[in-house]
Design a protein around this ligand. Structure first.
Ligand SMILES: *[C@@H]1O[C@H](CO)[C@@H](O)[C@H](O)[C@H]1NC(C)=O
Ligand SMILES: *[C@@H]1O[C@H](CO)[C@@H](O)[C@H](O)[C@H]1NC(C)=O
Ligand SMILES: *[C@@H]1O[C@H](CO)[C@@H](O)[C@H](O)[C@H]1NC(C)=O
Ligand SMILES: *[C@@H]1O[C@H](CO)[C@@H](O)[C@H](O)[C@H]1NC(C)=O
Ligand SMILES: *[C@@H]1O[C@H](CO)[C@@H](O)[C@H](O)[C@H]1NC(C)=O
Ligand SMILES: *[C@@H]1O[C@H](CO)[C@@H](O)[C@H](O)[C@H]1NC(C)=O
Ligand SMILES: *[C@@H]1O[C@H](CO)[C@@H](O)[C@H](O)[C@H]1NC(C)=O
Length: 474
């Protein structure tokens, strides 16, 4: 946007230039974003979405569509492959909730670029960090595009629903399942990756979540059966605490998954809640899913929303302890909880007030940087803390605040679509021709192996001292 040319006097010009500049800023310096009315929310979300896009280089010439700068193991930036997929999902919701289509072409291009040769989100470039959870996050963003009726890709490209099915089908295939720990998915896909011996909650929660959503969308009971079985496994193995409904991180196959790492990450619990809400809705209100929704929700509000503001329990108490991955979790929690209010309508009275106090706190601390509106991670402190304390450039922080603010519009939004109301074409055979993960084009270096995926960041991030039992790989 150009400033108006100088008029009569320099002083007048200066004044009008100042006024023009400040009207571009949605926030007065040091005030944080306004999120009181729907108009204020849309306006704030618009600027948050703009600022988050500045972290993304994927639509510039010579850059790779779909990913945030990374991976760290190749010294290319702070972000692993999966977080690009999570960011695409955040913009799919941003468009759905605000109606602003500005980034839709960037999202479509990025999501299609990363599908890989078999259209199942296993691109050879990322084999070295390919966890079931990493693939799952891309699959869930594709599922979201179908549920939100995001504009379809061109006819000759893979379609959103088919992509979600492909991810699910590859994860349901026999080669991803074995008898250790009585079932469950392993964390990593390639047996050679560090972390293949870890069976964790997030990998299984992504698979469960996609199954629940595909069941509701397609009304195919096979998906629901997988979802039920996967939830039951998480329960039986004790990753979901039978008393407190705390959700733990995972365990190793050589210990029959009894060496449970009890770190509680917010996204694990929230993803199970979200999937349970889909199962509740799909089953027309079954008691067992109702109990799971209620108990998980109770636990999440108790553990992750002290004073009604999102708090990343395992790491937030110590500055510098959350990894780049963890710095993005609050956003998913907000987005998923918002959708729960659509599928289990009588939870809205409990969930929405908390999402509001939390989003207000999130918006209030966005007062940093040159623009005076940069966002940090420490929402409950009410003051901006520079993302540099967590050794990151701040994309996760920006994404979380965008998610929290735009999710305040959930009331006005329709529920997730199904085959009856949606526009995305599926493919019951999607992913069935996929083999194991393709070999990466470049030789795998030791650094690549060490850098596999989400949990490894704990180690790289200096967590080994805190949670020395979280040793992975051999
Ligand atoms: C990248 O996308 C943004 C947002 O849509 C747009 O403003 C920008 O011009 C695009 N850049 C290129 C090089 O296409
Ligand atoms: C894989 O990596 C190469 C080299 O960085 C890049 O040119 C290509 O676009 C990447 N492919 C995908 C699907 O991201
Ligand atoms: C239901 O889904 C399963 C698993 O993808 C598939 O094998 C089966 O053909 C589907 N059934 C129908 C009726 O589409
Ligand atoms: C492994 O743990 C499961 C429960 O998760 C139990 O049913 C099974 O008997 C255990 N197997 C062994 C060999 O201890
Ligand atoms: C839910 O109710 C609808 C409408 O009565 C019915 O068609 C559907 O089969 C039911 N779903 C399940 C999983 O029972
Ligand atoms: C399922 O979701 C729909 C759409 O939001 C809602 O109208 C319906 O009441 C939900 N079903 C149950 C059993 O709560
Ligand atoms: C989904 O909807 C399409 C179009 O309305 C219809 O042709 C198709 O048979 C439906 N599929 C299922 C599995 O119900």
């Amino acid at each position: 946007m150009a400033l108006s040319p100088p008029s009569n006097s320099p002083a007048r010009w200066l004044l009008s230039a100042l006024l023009a500049t400040s009207s571009l800023l949605p926030v007065a310096q040091g005030q944080g974003y306004k999120v009181g009315t729907p108009d204020e929310i849309r306006e704030s979300a618009r600027t948050l979405a703009y600022d988050l896009m500045l972290f993304y280089k994927g639509n510039q010439s010579g850059e790779i569509p779909g990913i945030l700068p990374g991976p760290p193991t190749e010294h290319k930036g702070d972000y692993y492959w999966w977080e690009g997929g999570a960011m695409m999902g955040t913009y799919v919701d941003y468009w759905f909730l605000t109606g602003d289509p500005s980034y839709n072409h960037v999202v479509t291009e990025g999501m299609l670029h990363q599908v890989g040769p078999n259209a199942d989100y296993m691109p050879p470039n990322h084999t070295a960090s390919l966890g079931n959870d990493d693939q799952g996050f891309w699959g869930m963003s594709a599922m979201l595009a179908a549920e939100n009726k995001f504009p379809n890709p061109p006819e000759d490209k893979p379609q959103w629903l088919a992509l979600a099915q492909a991810v699910f089908h590859t994860q349901a295939a026999p080669d991803r399942h074995d008898g250790t720990c009585n079932g469950g998915l392993r964390w990593q896909v390639p047996p050679t990756n560090a972390g293949y011996n870890y069976k964790n909650t997030i990998a299984n929660a992504c698979f469960f979540n996609l199954g629940a959503r595909l069941a509701r969308y397609t009304e195919n009971q096979t998906y629901a059966d997988w979802a039920s079985k996967t939830f039951q496994w998480l329960w039986d193995v004790g990753y979901i605490d039978h008393e407190s409904w705390k959700v733990y991180d995972g365990g190793h196959v050589e210990h029959n998954c009894t060496d449970i790492n009890k770190a509680q990450f917010s996204y694990n619990a929230a993803l199970l809640l979200h999937g349970s809400a889909f199962m509740y809705n799909y089953t027309n209100g079954s008691e067992i899913w109702r109990e799971r929704v209620d108990k998980l929700l109770e636990g999440i509000l108790r553990d992750f929303f002290p004073d009604g503001v999102a708090f990343e329990l395992p790491c937030e108490g110590r500055k510098g302890a959350c990894t780049a991955d963890m710095l993005s979790f609050k956003g998913y929690v907000h987005r998923w909880m918002a959708v729960v209010t659509k599928l289990v309508p009588d939870t809205a009275g409990t969930i929405l007030p908390v999402l509001r106090t939390s989003a207000e706190a999130a918006a209030r601390q966005c007062t940093g940087g040159d623009t005076g509106r940069r966002c940090g991670f420490y929402w409950s402190e009410g003051v901006f803390v520079d993302p540099a304390v967590d050794k990151t450039s701040g994309a996760g922080e920006a994404m979380s605040v965008l998610a929290a603010v735009s999710s305040l519009l959930i009331d006005e939004a329709p529920p997730p679509a199904t085959n009856a109301t949606g526009i995305s074409r599926g493919d019951p055979n999607a992913g069935s021709r996929s083999r194991g993960p393709s070999e990466p084009l470049a030789p795998i270096t030791t650094a690549d192996r060490a850098g596999a995926g989400i949990l490894t960041m704990l180690i790289l991030g200096g967590f080994i001292g805190t949670w020395s039992w979280m040793s992975i790989g051999d």
